[in-house]
Design a binder for this molecule. Structure first.
Ligand code: IPE
Ligand code: IPE
Ligand code: MG
Length: 251
């Protein structure tokens, strides 16, 4: 992302030194169901309202200079939810893509996905592939949707590829190291998240980016995802800027 372009705005708005802005933020967008229940609405209305938060956070990333944003939109475990809710979520995903495609082009933002895409309805797979292809050359930031995503399944999928290479004699098991595993995950070119945000107060990872978050800073807020806006995101960035990352070293 174009660091100097947003630098001035960043200092004015959130007063975080550009050097302390995370390069990659991953978000567990949780609390849509509770938001709807609090209003006596069906759960899918919470998911619908959450789409506006996605728009706000993408915008906040552009303004702050966050290059990579990864959003946990649907987990491999979420397939066990009631069929109506799943259908509602898939419809929303399609609507979301239609509605925000223009913005991706206008702002030169790349779309990516991670997860077992083959699990999704074929129409959505096609739409996703098309938008990913058409935005692939953009350089103003990358938004990655985690869909039918599980951290463990991602590792399983990588191990299968490596095992297959070993079986074919293309790979010596002794040569397997962390870098090789990283490079067989779903998005090997995307750096590990620096900051992981979870909304709606739950202190857990729920199978998100297990390998990649080894040294991510974790920020949990009680704000429910449909209420999460630019100010909430900037609060997370401010907190991140105050953290002292040691990566196993001494002070
Ligand atoms: C997160 O909100 C969105 C998805 C998991 C798809 P939830 O639907 O999990 O909302 P809560 O946790 O029930 O409030
Ligand atoms: C995590 O939220 C998955 C997504 C945000 C897509 P969940 O609501 O599914 O997680 P748990 O069930 O509270 O762990
Ligand atoms: Mg939840």
């Amino acid at each position: 992302m174009n660091i100097h372009w947003f630098g001035r705005r960043l200092r004015q708005q959130i007063m975080v030194e550009p050097a302390k802005v995370p390069r990659h933020v991953a978000v567990i967008m949780d609390g849509n169901g509770r938001w709807a229940r609090n209003r006596g609405l069906p759960r899918v209305k919470g998911h619908e309202a959450g789409a506006e938060s996605v728009r706000a956070v993408v915008q906040a990333c552009r303004e702050a200079g966050v290059e990579y944003l990864t959003l946990y939109a649907f987990s491999v475990e979420n397939w066990i939810r009631p069929r109506d809710e799943i259908r509602g979520l898939m419809t929303l995903l399609r609507l979301f893509l239609n509605k925000h495609e223009d913005e991706l082009h206008k702002n030169k933002i790349r779309l990516r996905v991670v997860g077992r895409l083959g699990d999704l309805p074929t129409g959505i797979q096609k739409e996703l592939k098309r938008v990913i292809k058409e935005t692939s050359d953009y350089g103003n930031g990358t938004v990655t949707l985690a869909l039918s995503y599980g951290g463990r399944s991602e590792i399983v999928d990588a191990v299968r590829i490596l095992a297959d290479k070993a079986r074919k004699g293309e790979l010596n098991p002794e040569d397997i190291d962390e870098e090789m595993i990283s490079s067989h995950l779903y998005a090997p070119d995307i750096p590990d998240p620096d900051l992981m945000i979870r909304t709606s107060g739950e202190m857990r990872i729920s199978n998100f980016l297990l390998w990649q978050i080894s040294y991510a800073e974790i920020y949990v807020t009680d704000v429910l995802w449909p209420d999460f806006r630019e100010e909430d995101f900037n609060n997370a960035l401010k907190e991140f800027a105050r953290r002292h990352r040691r990566f196993g070293n001494v002070e």
